[in-house]
Each structure stands twice: as C-alpha cells, then as structure tokens.
Design a protein around this ligand. Structure first.
Ligand code: GMT
Length: 383
C-alpha cells in the first residue's frame, strides 16, 4: 500500500548556502512530514534545517586535524559516521546530494556493514559535481566509480543526466527528478519590503539571488544592468549567498551605487522574492537554477541565459525570457522590454507560478523519490 510505505533515510549534503543543500534539506523535511525517519549526516547542521523537528535527527561528522595531514580529510570520517548511523538506526537508504565526496563515502560506508544490513545508496547529482569536477582527471574516475556503484542515481535535469553520461562515460540509468521548492509565508508585505529597500512605487525591483560563484557571472550581471535605460526605472537587489566584496569595485566602476542593494546571508528569502519584479540569471552553466524556481513561486518572471537545464525550468516567452549566453545586448533588451511592459511581466509571472505549482512542488516531486526508495527496497540485494 502506497500510503503505508515508511523508511529510514540518511541524508548527506553540503550544509552551506547552495542549491543542493537547500534541496536536500527540504526533501528531508518533507519526508519526515510524510512519516519517514530522516537522519542528516554532515559536518554542520544544514543552514535551513529547522531543529528540533519530529522524526529528524542530525549527526555531526567530527573532523580530526591530525598533524600529519597537510589537507584535512573529510571522506573517511564521513563514511565512518554514515556506517555508524546506518547500523545504529537500521537505515534503509543513504541518500547523498552532490556526488563529491558524498557518494564515495556512502559506498565505502555500505561496504563496511554486514551484507544483511547494508542501506541502498542513492546519489543525486546537482551540477558541478559533473559539469566541473567531471572534467577534472583527478576526480572523474572516482566519481564514475561512485555512480556505477550507487544503487540509484538521479539528476535534477535531463541536461545534467546527459552531461553525466557524456563527460564521465557512465553507462547506467539516471533518473531525472527535478528540484522543488516550498515557499514560506513572508512576514511582511511586498510594500513594506520595497519601502525598506528604498524602491519607489514606479520602479521595478530586479533580483539576483545566488552563491555568487564565478560560474554565476556576477560581472556580466552588473555589466548588463548598468546598460539598462532609463537608469531610474529600477533597483537591483542582490541576495548574496557568499561575499559580494569582490564585485563592489565593478559596481563602482559602472556607476551602479545608487541602483544596487546587497543583502547577504538572507534566511527569509521569501520576503524579498515577493517584492521582486524580474529575476536575473547570467550563469554560464546551470543544471537547474533553484533560484529561478524560488522566484517563480512568487509570480516573478526571469530573464536568464539559455544554458544547461534552465530551459527545462523556464518556458521561453511564456514564463520568462531566455537569452544566449554572452549576448549582453540581447540580455539588456529582454530586461528593458519587461520594464516597459508591466502587463506582460504579470502574465509571464502568473504562468511561471502556475508551472511551479504544477511541476516543481513538493507534492509533484517528493513522491518520485519515495517511489524510487520503494523500488530499491523491493529489489534483490546487489550481487
Ligand atoms: O554546482 C554548484 O554550483 C553548486 C550546486 C549547489 O549546491 O548549489 O548548484 C547546483 O545545484 C542546484 C540544486 O540542484 C541547481 O539548482 C544549480 O543549477 C546547480 N549549479 C550548477 O549547475 C552550476
């Protein structure tokens, strides 16, 4: 019976600001709310994880700074903790988010346990674990081995599944399970937030939310925004997952001091998402782009580069606008066209919200993971 399926899942992810950890945290919380028992195993509590929560446990991995090591090792203590938690709590599944080094640690943990009590290993690929590290000869064979040895592999977009096969030469099934998002209800109104940010009623609020890693190309974002005319028609809000410090000189050179608002380490992103009019993404590669989805939930359309898995999230001309990577003129024109046309913005935004609710909600996506777990637990053990 579908409704009575319950299992014990260990989840490992990066706890810091980043889409893979955010997704893993939401998945764990959703699984717990559906009656599964969830054990997070990581070096820190994932930053969005609310504790205490019924059926959710957190097991920190302690890393020894052994004097002999020039580089501290995380993989081994992580695998030992995974094996320990699996044995102590009879885990059915070890679900790792981001392959490096989590998948390697999980297969090692599995092999440390007696055959009868080995959890199934599910590896979810999020992006640079394939698109960046998969190109690095110092990592690729280990990633390919960990994927081949996982009981199931999922990727957050069809693009990422294909790239993984191509770059790593992996010849195994990879299930595509997209990301999802559950917006919290903002505490303040849209108007209150806009007043706090200093956005005039006639101005549009442009939003960029990311970890600002080089691949997000914050430099291109600022260059494009500096070319938007009229200058006083907008403000740009950057929700910075990491320090914006390296980009202030660019913003100053481009004379964007008046338009730019930066907020870092924001935990209540919903407050700002609801206040935004257009979400901007200039990434050179993106397997999915969770921040576009977060904005979609607040009926905020996007202008973004047509790269990687983004076209699987944004329907060009219907829920947002896609522009070829590197074509700054086209990017600026796309933003200006939406600035001039609030009605079109609203139509795109409403369509984006409907798409998010239909395809990228917890109710649409979490059962895909539950089905996968159920299938694995019903399958015969690996030879
Ligand atoms: O790969 C990264 O840059 C980090 C990773 C993360 O942990 O945030 O981001 C990836 O995973 C997200 C969640 O699945 C996706 O929405 C992002 O598109 C993806 N980033 C890239 O592919 C660059």
């Amino acid at each position: 019976m579908l409704a009575t399926f319950k299992c014990r899942v260990g989840i490992t992810c990066y706890p810091s600001v980043g889409g893979s950890g955010i997704l893993a945290t939401s998945l764990g919380e959703e699984l717990a709310s559906r009656g599964h028992e969830v054990h997070f195993i990581s070096y820190e509590r994932p930053f969005r994880l609310k504790l205490p929560t019924e059926r959710i446990h957190f097991h920190p991995v302690v890393i020894n700074d052994y004097g002999l090591f020039k580089y501290p090792d995380y993989t081994l203590p992580l695998s030992v903790k995974m094996a320990e938690v699996s044995a102590a709590h009879s885990l059915d599944i070890l679900h790792v988010h981001y392959a490096v080094p989590h998948a390697t640690a999980a297969i090692l943990a599995r092999s440390m346990l007696p055959a009868a009590s080995r959890p199934k290993v599910v590896t979810t690929l999020h992006g640079t674990d394939t698109t960046l590290l998969g190109k690095d000869r110092g990592y690729a064979p280990a990633i390919a081995h960990a994927l081949d040895s996982s009981d199931a592999v999922t990727a957050v977009s069809g693009f990422l599944a294909d790239e993984t096969r191509r770059l790593l030469g992996v010849d195994r099934s990879i299930d595509v399970i997209p990301n999802f998002f559950i917006p919290s209800k903002p505490n303040r109104t849209r108007d209150q937030v806009r007043v706090e940010l200093g956005v005039a009623p006639e101005q549009a609020l442009l939003l960029h939310s990311s970890n600002l890693r080089p691949g997000k190309r914050p430099d291109l974002l600022l260059e494009a925004v500096a070319r938007i005319r009229p200058r006083d028609s907008f403000k740009l809000l950057v929700l910075a997952g990491e320090s914006f410090e390296p980009y202030y000189p660019i913003a100053r050179r481009l004379g964007l001091e008046t338009e730019l608002i930066v907020r870092d380490r924001v935990f209540d992103i919903e407050e700002f998402m609801q206040a935004a009019d257009i979400s901007l993404i200039t990434s050179e590669s993106e397997s999915f782009c969770l921040s576009i989805l977060e904005a979609m939930w607040f009926a905020c359309p996007s202008v973004s580069t047509r790269v990687g898995g983004i076209p699987e999230v944004v329907t060009d001309g219907e829920t947002g606008l896609l522009v070829p990577f590197g074509d700054t003129d086209a990017f600026v024109r796309a933003i200006e066209s939406l600035l001039k046309n609030p009605e079109r913005r609203a139509v795109l935004g409403r369509a984006a919200q409907r798409l998010a609710q239909a395809k990228f909600s917890a109710d649409a996506v979490v059962p895909m993971y539950e089905d996968l777990y159920r299938k694995l637990l019903n399958a015969p053990p690996r030879p």
